[in-house]
Write a protein of this length. Structure first.
Length: 260
């Protein structure tokens, strides 16, 4: 082995030319707890006309957006949404198709019991804890609500495994409240479109309620989720196939547009 004195001068590493990116009047924010990746930060509130155009176009593309979770009634919707935390809708649907055939009411779910429920949902992440919550919420519905699933925010959020986001999904889907549940898709898309710049889901929800035109509020939740799930994806957003790319201030900022 050569001694440090005889090793000679170190060779300087060659560097590739820096890749130029589009310059925008905003900063790049560190990875967030919602996305795990950098997101742009734009001035808020956004231009009202641009926001109106965004939702007008989304409404033409998806006139009747709905959740992709399969359910039969409010109870099965609550269960499906609770099971979907940190899981895909596809995986939840595969499990609940069989589960709801066996137990589609809180009474039947209690009869099934936690150990009987586990085999139906074992393919879903965190299934042990979710099984406890589903049995616990079913018991509360039976004992405190006469077997009828409550459809107000306070009572829904009091159910085990049902937080603000789950309650918002249920209330929005059933047309009870124009709620906007901020999941990773909504968080990411809202920031990329400059509709929000807050760092937490609750604050983003408040910002969206402040800027989304009233006529679009009831469906905004689904539009943003589906746009994030199928077009404005986390790693490879399909800017070339995006109907609102010309209204998006992030185009070319965090990623190179496809087809450019």
């Amino acid at each position: 082995m050569k001694s440090p004195a005889s090793a000679g001068p170190k060779q300087a590493k060659s560097r590739k030319p820096a890749t130029k990116r589009a310059v925008v009047p905003s900063a790049r924010k560190p990875g967030s707890v919602m996305t795990g990746a950098p997101v742009p930060v734009f001035a808020w509130p956004p231009d009202e006309d641009r926001v109106e155009q965004i939702f007008e176009r989304l409404s033409r593309i998806m006139p009747e957006p709905k959740t992709e979770l399969r359910f039969q009634d409010p109870y099965t919707l609550v269960v499906a949404v609770a099971l979907s935390a940190q899981a895909t809708d596809v995986s939840v649907n595969k499990a609940t198709d069989k589960l709801f055939a066996a137990a589609a009411t809180p009474e039947a779910m209690l009869a099934l019991g936690e150990e009987g429920l586990v085999p139906f949902i074992a393919s879903i992440g965190l299934y042990r804890n979710k099984a406890k919550n589903v049995i616990a919420l079913s018991r509360i519905i039976m004992e405190q609500h006469g077997g009828v699933t409550p459809l107000n925010r306070a009572d829904l959020q009091a159910l085990p495994g049902v937080g603000r986001k789950t309650a918002s999904v249920v209330l929005n889907e059933l047309g009870i409240e124009p709620a906007i549940a901020v999941d990773t898709h909504v968080f990411r898309v809202s920031h990329r479109l400059g509709l929000a710049n807050a760092s937490t889901a609750d604050k983003v929800e408040d910002q969206l309620h402040a800027v989304v035109p009233e006529g679009f509020l009831a469906k905004a939740h689904h539009w943003l989720i589906l746009h994030g799930r199928y077009t404005c994806t986390a790693r490879k957003p399909n800017c070339a196939g995006c109907a609102i790319s010309d209204l998006c201030p992030s185009r070319g900022f965090l990623f190179e547009p496809q087809g450019a």
